[in-house]
Design a binder for this molecule. Structure first.
Ligand code: FES
Length: 283
């Protein structure tokens, strides 16, 4: 399948040069001349790889990479810069990039770096219901159903999250427009309720309560057992996209402590061994 590569550089000549080299190798290349434009593009479609300059005005490449790591962890990143000091290299590597290209570089250096990066699995799998693949007709029918009903934002967000699996910024923008409210209002609600997520989730989202009542009953050991069994850390998705792992603070079921949630199912009096058994029920 054709791989999508986004090249981000405030110098259009660099974008065009990368495009000339990479499209000749069969890659589909899109360009962005600012981090802001890049963020909008990344919110709207899945890129297999982002190649970004580091020194750019307003939002630099370091900030862009941090944002990608937080919101689109499945996107691989290569950094490039004409200011390749040891400090820049060290700071870029600390952001867990896949490669570093000091400018200027030879065409074959770029092709080799891109091919190598794309042959490496992403840090987390691309969400199965990525932004392009969800049922857009159903999404529109949800918006249609509630757009004339004031105060129905939460229910819209619930239904859309059920449909897509998460609420990326691009989806929040469409919801805000349909409901005729500021996107900041949608974002505030999504950020406030722990039920809503802006990150892609596995088919089953596993949440371990680390509130006080659960913590004193060894919830931290349950979390460690789940990490070990699933092979992921908090905030990550298993490679088969079946599970994602999160922690939450008190869900109001302290009498059942320690508590683990799998999707909407609640399990009480869990211990590390039972946590492992619970996972196997969903496999
Ligand atoms: S502390 Fe875990 S449910 Fe209250």
């Amino acid at each position: 399948m054709e791989k999508n590569v986004l090249v981000v550089d405030d110098d259009e000549v660099i974008i065009r040069s990368c495009e000339a080299v990479l499209s000749g190798e069969g890659f589909k290349v899109t360009g962005a001349t600012s981090s802001k434009d890049a963020m909008n593009l990344i919110d709207d479609r899945v890129f297999d790889l982002v190649i970004t300059d580091l020194i750019m005005p307003t939002i630099d490449g370091f900030e862009l990479i941090k944002w990608i790591n937080e919101h689109h962890q499945y996107t691989r990143v290569i950094a490039m810069t004409g200011y390749s000091s040891k400090a820049v290299l060290r700071d870029a590597i600390a952001l867990d990039i896949m490669d570093f290209l000091p400018k200027p570089f030879f065409p074959h250096t770029l092709t080799e770096a891109v091919t190598k990066a794309l042959n490496t699995p992403p840090k987390v799998p691309v969400p199965t219901k990525a932004v392009e693949t969800y049922d857009k007709a159903k999404f529109q029918s949800i918006l249609q159903k509630y757009r004339q009903r004031p105060g129905s934002l939460i229910i819209v967000l619930q239904e859309v999250q059920e449909l897509i699996g998460y609420l990326p910024a691009s989806v929040q923008k469409i919801i805000a427009k349909a409901m005729k409210i500021p996107v900041s209002e949608v974002h505030a609600v999504v950020s406030f309720y722990s039920y809503f997520t802006m990150k892609p989730m596995g088919k089953y989202n596993v949440r371990v309560c680390l509130g006080t009542a659960c913590y004193v009953k060894r919830a931290d050991e349950i979390l460690e057992k789940l990490k070990e069994t699933m092979g992921v850390n908090e905030g990550e998705i298993t490679h088969d996209s079946l599970f994602s792992l999160e922690t939450v603070r008190c869900i109001g079921a302290c009498g059942l402590a320690p508590v683990v949630l799998v999707g909407t199912d609640t399990f009480g009096s869990v211990d590390p061994a039972k946590a492992k058994e619970i996972l196997s029920e969903y496999r």
